[in-house]
Every structure is written in structure tokens, then in C-alpha cells.
Design a protein around this ligand. Structure first.
Ligand SMILES: [Zn+2]
Length: 650
């Protein structure tokens, strides 16, 4: 065996075979990214068309043992380049199963910031179309979240799920991990016989006794959408090709919360054309899942923090469903144009919510998000990252996670809302419908989008629209449409009045007429204002409108009246903890804070709380103590972000 060492290589293997050896690749060759800023793959020379996975899931060692069988289209390449990170490669073979021949491979150096990972260069022949990579995952496989039994609802069975977006699929499968390469996949997965395996593919609805499952995804998808979950999972059908998977203990609550899913599907199809993926199921994961939802095709992964009992957060499911068109059907060509996935989806989500709950509620949801965008823009201006408030981003040598901000999502959505205002709803709808059809199962760049927009919408309607300013310039253009929300104006005035030292929530006088001694008599009853009198989004806006330096004594009074610290709604809890962290009140509600950070791993909630705690010395110390206690409960995505907030700049 010949061992080749290159620079600082955490994992470096060189396998032996009877092939004549080619000269070793240079460091420069091993670091090239010819087709995508975040992938080493030489897609223009050779690319995977179909991937077959053979996976054995070992909970005891928290390892996946796998074979990734790539069926490739080879245009005369002598090397096939794959992406990998945190994997151990045992061997690589060429040819069909049973007739395989081992071949040489080289693993390149880790990129400077350990974002992209390593290139895996496999020697192939001019006509090679089958490359089989034998590998195993490691503790550095960041896509994987192995949950001990205590982190699941059953408390008796473990759980595993993967999170591929943006560039983590390479940490559990060696593959060409660029969104521009679409592939079909199949998988044979072996799991402990008391657990069920599910993938972003056609799924079983119940466990079998041998723990072996076969999956097929026959529609070509980008690699970040390959997903796996394994656990003690039950299923319930909701009708209209929709259903819910969840840990058995959560299943009934999930079914109640998401019972409108079939109706959402009808609304979505009426808006932008037929659903293209067969079934649409939602899998509700354990609490450590770092995102609200992930649009894995045919099987959205959802966060249990959406279970509020009052359907107040179902817009997240509308969002993931919308991704079945925007993102999954028409995909951003590179992560620089994430807004084409997310902005379109937020707009689509708002339209679904409008059809389901009416314009007033949909506008309130949009306005709350718009407030978040304005805050983000202010922060970006303050920390000199304002250039990143363009929709199309420059991400060369940068973590694609940078794109996952309110810019892609909310500025992106307001791009479409403003466009709607300019051209009219009917025209925009017909444009989007044809856009989803035209680019179905393809990827799209900002330039391609612009060409299509000009030809199919603007030229036809004779409208001049400043799309270049929206897409390529920082900040929010002046023509950004304004959403009118009188209910939110009222709640804003409550926050202002509270900040001025007044109490906007005095009991409301209700006049009643009663009969007494044969006479009609007027009485006045004072009815206290209650938490349930306002929408979740109204409370969010109220809390966000309070002065950061509000005294602990005043926060205590609010908390006594509305029990914010004791609500089950994570959106409210997050905003409340962020506000409380800026005064000493946080130490009065420390048990609730600790319980929340221990249970919930959704980055959207966890990160702002740690960031708020880090703003003062005492809070930082509390934040660090809690983080050290609970960090193993988080997926790596959340753990890394929280760690940065608590440790990096200090
Ligand atoms: Zn999304």
C-alpha cells in the first residue's frame, strides 16, 4: 500500500490496486472548484445521474456504514471528483455490483476554514460509468444528529436524522454535492428491527420485523435534499395524498395541529399547478432539530415547536409545502441565489396563508417578518456586512449558511410582493405558474431568472421594474410595497405606551344592564385583558416593541398578567427571554430559560437568546453555563452558531 500525505490532512487514505498509478495530483488540483464555489466536483466532465446507497445504521457506535454506488455520465474523464467531509473512505471500486474492480483514489486537503471539506479524486477510465465508494461516517459527520433515548419522546428508543442543506450531505455520503447536479436515488437501509427508517423518497408506513427498507426517489433532485430519519415513528394518513409521521407519543397532537394539510395542498395546486411528487408527508422530528422545517421532497422534516395546540405556527408547514415548487422543483443553481429558493417560497407561503386564513392574518404574518428584515438590515449596517443585503450574494470562499438570512427570505418575498403590485396579481400568478413549469426539475441562476422575467412578464405587460436594484444592490429599494396592518398599529401603540411608563392593559370596563327590584339598572364590570385576547404575532410585536432596558419590576408585572414565561409557544418564549436577558429579570425566570434551552434545539430560537445573554457579563456567564450543560442536545448547526455567539468575539 502506498500512502500519500498532503499538507494538514485529518483523513488521508490512498488505496492500492492493480491499476497503473497516475502521478499524484498537485495540491492546487486537489483544491480546485471548477463548477461551484462550494464543490470540488468536476461536473462538466463526469457527473452522477443516479445514486444507489447501501446503508447500515449502527446506533451503538453512532456510525453509518455505507456504499455509495454512483451511476455516472462520463464525458471522457480520467478522474471523478467527489465532495466529502468527516468521512472515512475504505475503498473505491469501478463497475457493476459483483464485477467490481478496485481503483486508486486521493483525498485532498481540508479547505482553510473547514467549510467545504475535501476533494475525493477517483481514478476512472474513459468509459467508466459506475463508481462505488465504501465508507463510514465519523463523529465529524455534521449532517447527522444521533439522539440518545432521553432526547426523544419515547425516552426508550434512540433517533437519527440528517440535515443536508446547504453543504452537509457530503458529511454522510461521498458525492458531488452541488445543487446544480440533479440526480435520482435509491437506497437499501438496514436499521435495528424496533425502528422505522424514512427517506426523502417513497416511504413505508409501518415498521417491518427485519429492519430492512428499500427507497426510491425517481425524480431528479439536488443532493442537499437527500435525507434520512430513523426512530420509533408512527404514521397517520390525512387524505389528499398527505400524511403525518411522528414519534408515536406526538402523533395525535401532530395530526390535530396539521389537519389542514390536505386543504393547503388544494390551495397550492390551484395557485401554481399540480404537485409533482406523488405523496406529501410531514415528519415531526424530536426537539433538537435545528430548523423550523426542512423541505425534503415527499417528506418535509418539521420541528415539534410548531405544536402549539392552536395552529398558530402552521405557516411553517405552508412554507415547506410551497418548496415542493420553489426550491425542489425549480432549484437555485448555486447558493449565491438562495433567494430564488426562499424568496419565492415565502411569497408562495403568504399566498397559501391568505387563502386559508384571510388577508388580515396573512398580512400580519408578513408584517412581523418585515419587521425582522428591518432589524436585520440595521444590524448589517452596524457591523459592516451591509453588502450582504443584496439578493444575489458573492459567496466565494465563504460559508453558504451566510445566505440563510432574512435577506433571501423576506427581502426575496417582498421583491415578489412589490412585483405583484406593479404588474397585478393575475399577471404575476400566470408568470409564476409558467416559471414552475418551464424550469421544472432544473436549476436556475439569477441571470436566467432575469431573462425569463423580462421575456415572460415585463415585456408582455409593458412594465419597467427595477429588478437589477433589488437583486444586485444592497438595502431595500424605495418602491418596496407597504403592508397595512391596523391591528399591528394598535399593538405598537401599546408598546409605546408601556415604554412611557403607562399600563395599556388596564381591565376593560364592560357595561351591563340588569333588572333589580323591577328596575333596569346599569352596572360596570371590569374584565382583565388576557393572553388569549391577542394573536401570537401581536404579542411578538408588543414584546419586540418594548424598550430593551425595561426594568425587571415592570417585566415581572407583565409576566404575572400574561404568563409569557410559562407559555408553550416557542416564538413568544424566545422573544420574551431575549428581552428579559437585557435586565436582571432573566435571573428570576432562570428555571424556565434553562428548561427551554435544554429542550429546544431550533437555531432560530436558541441563537438570539444566547446572543442576548452575551451582551452583558452576568448574562454571558449564565449563557455559557447553560450551553455547557445542554450542548450535546443540539444538532451541530445550532451548536456551532451558539458557540460562536458565546465564545468567539470574547
Ligand atoms: Zn425555506
Amino acid at each position: 500500500m502506498r500512502v500519500l500525505r498532503l499538507l494538514i490532512l485529518p483523513i488521508l487514505l490512498w488505496s492500492c490496486s492493480n491499476e497503473p498509478n497516475k502521478p499524484p495530483a498537485s495540491t492546487e488540483q486537489l483544491s480546485q472548484r471548477p463548477n461551484d464555489d462550494h464543490s470540488y466536483a468536476n461536473l462538466d466532465q463526469i457527473n452522477t445521474k443516479h445514486l444507489h446507497l447501501e446503508l447500515e445504521i449502527d446506533f451503538e457506535s453512532q456510525t453509518i456504514y455505507g456504499i455509495a454506488r454512483h451511476q455516472m455520465q462520463n464525458r471522457g474523464a480520467d478522474t471523478a471528483i467527489f465532495d466529502m467531509k468527516g468521512l472515512l473512505i475504505q475503498k473505491v471500486t469501478l463497475g457493476p455490483k459483483g464485477l467490481e474492480k478496485e481503483t486508486d483514489f486521493t483525498i485532498g486537503p481540508m479547505d482553510k476554514d473547514s467549510i467545504i471539506g475535501q476533494a475525493l479524486l477517483v481514478n476512472v477510465e474513459e468509459h467508466t460509468s459506475e463508481v462505488n465508494i465504501y465508507y463510514q461516517t465519523t463523529s465529524a459527520s455534521d449532517a447527522l444528529d444521533w439522539l440518545d433515548t432521553n432526547l426523544t419522546s419515547s425516552k426508550s428508543k434512540p433517533f437519527l436524522y440528517t440535515q443536508g442543506q446547504a453543504i452537509l450531505t457530503r458529511t454522510w455520503i461521498p458525492l458531488q454535492d452541488a445543487p446544480s447536479n440533479r440526480l435520482t436515488y435509491s437506497a437499501d437501509v438496514k436499521v435495528p428491527s424496533d425502528l422505522l427508517a424514512l427517506m426523502s423518497a417513497k416511504n413505508p408506513t409501518e415498521r417491518n420485523d427485519i429492519g430492512s427498507y428499500h427507497f426510491e426517489m425517481k425524480r431528479a433532485i439536488p443532493s442537499y435534499l437527500i435525507a434520512l430519519a430513523v426512530g420509533d415513528i408512527g404514521f397517520q394518513d390525512l387524505g389528499n395524498h398527505c400524511g403525518i409521521y411522528a414519534e408515536k407519543e406526538l402523533l395525535n397532537d401532530c395530526v390535530k395541529e396539521f389537519e389542514d394539510l390536505p386543504q393547503m395542498m388544494r390551495v397550492a395546486e390551484a395557485l401554481y399547478g399540480p404537485y409533482q411528487w406523488g405523496r406529501y408527508d410531514v415528519l415531526v422530528l424530536p426537539y433538537s432539530f435545528p430548523f423550523g422545517g426542512m423541505e425534503n421532497p415527499m417528506l418535509t422534516f418539521a420541528n415539534p415547536t410548531l405544536l402549539t395546540g392552536d395552529k398558530s405556527l402552521v405557516s411553517v408547514v405552508a412554507h415547506e409545502l410551497a418548496h415542493s415548487w420553489s426550491g425542489n422543483l425549480v432549484t437555485n443553481h448555486s447558493w449565491s441565489d438562495l433567494w430564488l429558493n426562499e424568496g419565492t417560497t415565502v411569497y408562495f407561503e403568504q399566498r397559501i396563508m391568505e387563502a386559508l386564513r384571510g388577508k388580515e392574518i396573512a398580512d400580519i404574518l408578513a408584517q412581523v417578518e418585515f419587521g425582522e428584515l428591518q432589524e436585520t438590515l440595521k444590524e448589517m449596517a452596524a457591523d459592516s456586512s451591509f453588502q450582504d443585503s443584496k439578493l444575489h450574494l458573492d459567496l466565494v470562499n465563504r460559508d453558504p449558511d451566510i445566505a440563510m438570512s432574512d435577506i433571501a427570505y423576506v427581502k426575496g418575498a417582498f421583491f415578489f410582493r412589490t412585483l405583484e403590485q406593479a404588474v397585478g396579481r393575475a399577471q404575476l400568478d400566470s408568470f409564476l405558474k409558467s416559471y414552475f413549469k418551464h424550469f421544472a426539475f432544473k436549476t436556475i441562476s439569477a441571470d436566467q431568472f432575469i431573462d425569463y422575467l423580462e421575456a415572460q412578464l415585463l415585456a408582455k405587460s409593458g412594465i419597467d421594474f427595477n429588478y437589477r436594484q433589488w437583486i444586485f444592490e444592497a438595502g431595500l429599494p424605495d418602491n418596496c410595497m407597504k403592508v397595512q396592518t391596523p391591528r399591528l398599529d394598535k399593538i405598537r401603540s401599546f408598546a409605546q405606551s408601556f415604554n412611557e411608563g403607562k399600563n395599556p392593559f388596564k381591565p376593560i370596563a364592560q357595561i351591563k344592564w340588569i333588572q333589580k327590584n323591577g328596575k333596569r339598572k346599569k352596572t360596570v364590570a371590569y374584565v382583565p385583558v388576557q393572553y388569549s385576547d391577542y394573536l401570537i404575532q401581536e404579542w411578538q410585536l408588543f414584546i419586540r416593541g418594548l424598550h430593551p432596558q425595561t426594568k425587571a419590576s415592570r417585566l415581572r408585572l407583565l409576566d404575572q398578567q400574561f404568563k409569557f414565561s410559562h407559555t408553550q409557544n416557542s416564538e413568544i418564549l424566545c422573544d420574551w427571554f431575549v428581552l428579559a436577558a437585557q435586565s436582571n429579570y432573566i435571573f428570576e425566570i432562570e428555571p424556565q430559560l434553562r428548561a427551554f434551552l435544554q429542550k429546544v434545539g431550533r437555531r432560530k430560537f436558541v441563537l438570539p437568546i444566547y446572543q442576548a445573554l452575551a451582551k452583558n457579563k452576568k448574562g454571558l456567564s449564565l449563557g455559557r453555563t447553560i450551553f455547557q450543560e445542554v450542548k450535546t442536545n443540539y444538532h451541530s448547526v445550532t451548536r456551532h452558531s451558539a458557540w460562536k455567539a458565546l465564545y468567539r468575539k470574547n
